[in-house]
Design a protein around this ligand. Sequence first.
Ligand SMILES: C[S@@+](CC[C@H](N)C(=O)[O-])C[C@H]1O[C@@H](n2cnc3c(N)ncnc32)[C@H](O)[C@@H]1O
Length: 388
Amino acid sequence: MNVELTIEKLVFGGDGLGFIDKKACFVEGALPGEKVLARIVHEKPNYAKARLIRVLEPSPCRIAPPCPYIQACGGCQYQHLPYEEELRWKEEQVKESFRQALKLDPSMIRPIQRGPKEYGYRNSITLHRTRQKGNKPQRLGFIGRDNRSVILIGNCLLAEDALKKIFTEEHTLGKNEEKRVFKTDEEGRIFSSDNEKIYSVRVGSCSLKTNSMGFFQNNLAVTELIAEQLEAWVRETGPVRFLDLYSGVGTFSLLAASAVPEIHCFEENPYSMSCVEKNFKALGVPLGGIHPGKVEKRFPAFILPHRKEKTFVFLDPPRQGIASSLAEFFSKENVAENIVYLACDLQILIRDLKTILAGGGYTIRDIIPFDMFPRTKHIEVLVWLTRT
Ligand SMILES: C[S@@+](CC[C@H](N)C(=O)[O-])C[C@H]1O[C@@H](n2cnc3c(N)ncnc32)[C@H](O)[C@@H]1O
């Protein structure tokens, strides 16, 4: 069914929201103020999703997306909007989510922070196998807007220049290898996930060792901004102990907490773990302990004997957030004086905060969104909780 509607705002994920007889309708690619013709593709009792067919009355903000693959590729959601507008809407989405889910006054959310680059900021790209099976050389691509097909592209505007060649080169995947991650080091050399290698990445004044089989932050300029903020909060609170949960190679411990007397890293990826000690040693920072394995298993037993001491916990979990058992542990046991949670998924962050805050032992002290992934729907949010 085709419908005409006027778009009111951009919701989390980048869709334009309008209403048809009071029913919410989400239209991908439509902008606030626009009158659009759209086709309903998915209908539920309380909302519908529609595909944009034609913009009948365009927004004065609408711009031509610079990427020629935008119609098919699923990576970007905001290229048709000036970057300043994207930032304004993302900040609005964070305010709205916290207001709705946690009844928080939107004035508590600080302005969204941005890095210097709107494009060309990614030092890591994941490419997928097309339908071609086997191990013959082939070009790899991005998952399309339909979430199924693999789209071959000549270049991605989000990627650093050094990564350009991976899009047009042919790659030979192993029999069961469905995707490959390509990353750059501080010299612009490329490392990929089929070949285990340790290499160096520079964030601000620190050169850190990382492993091609482990995680490293994708946007280094914004990582530096986040670390500066974290360092300010660590300095302000003067903890005796900094616990880096989901530490990777120890990035935030080293960038933001090197002055804390006792630092511990908790991480399950053995490739990342193997770099932690190397990084602390190279930077001359004493390491209190490494705790390999699942955070939800290792952390509770470690912290309980130290609950009365001034501990600062930093959480930087993957997109799935923290285990529910860990969120409940924080909620019940109030083991740390300060907790800072860095999240790459707004909805998951809200889920975890709801659980942690339910015990009444913590309050939110500060919230800062960071635009780690310009032109895409993603928003990184840093939240500081203090014990009440
Ligand atoms: C978003 S990354 C953050 C890494 C690090 N803080 C950094 O900035 O580079 C999440 C990390 O958590 C690790 N991880 C995921 N689930 C985990 C779990 N249940 N227990 C321990 N580590 C986990 C991943 O291996 C990854 O290194």
